[in-house]
Design a protein around this ligand. Structure first.
Ligand code: FES
Length: 145
């Protein structure tokens, strides 16, 4: 059911933990399944994401997608980090079962939430970044309508 890459990132998640005094931190949950993901970014003066850590209280797919998401954003500029969509994370993991696609949305939204926090702290605007939601279930419902 799960690809080898999903199993690998689930069993050996990369970048688990916290960053003290992060440049940006974002927390997103999904009220429907109760899962929560928090992402910490350390961003340098050039706007490059030097370090990323995450904590996920959630299902295996949520852990695998957050792990892969951190790997994909590391070393990117904040602008480039916007290209790390849930689709990109899923592709990097060789796919997810359809019922688990929403878990990857949590990773995308957690990236956006951490970037949003960084932008607010530094009084800057990141082009193309929309205000993230706290609860991804709201967004899913809006998309279903
Ligand atoms: Fe909710 Fe996976 S079941 S994030």
């Amino acid at each position: 059911m799960y690809s080898d890459k999903v199993m690998d990132h689930f069993n050996n998640p990369r970048n688990v933990g916290e960053i003290e005094n992060p440049s940006g931190v974002g927390t997103v949950g999904n009220a429907k399944c109760g899962d929560i993901m928090r992402m910490y970014f350390d961003i340098d003066e050039q706007g490059v994401i030097r370090d990323v850590k995450f904590k996920t209280f959630g299902c295996g797919a949520a852990i695998a997608t957050s792990s892969m998401a951190t790997e994909l954003v590391k070393g990117k500029t904040v602008q480039e980090a916007l290209t790390v969509t849930n689709q990109a994370v899923m592709e990097a993991l060789d796919g997810l079962p359809p019922v688990k696609v929403h878990c990857s949305l949590l990773a995308e939204e957690a990236i956006h939430a951490a970037l949003w926090d960084y932008a607010e702290k530094n009084h800057i605007t990141i082009e193309g970044l929309k205000k993230p939601v706290d609860d991804i279930a709201e967004k899913e419902e809006a998309e279903e309508e």
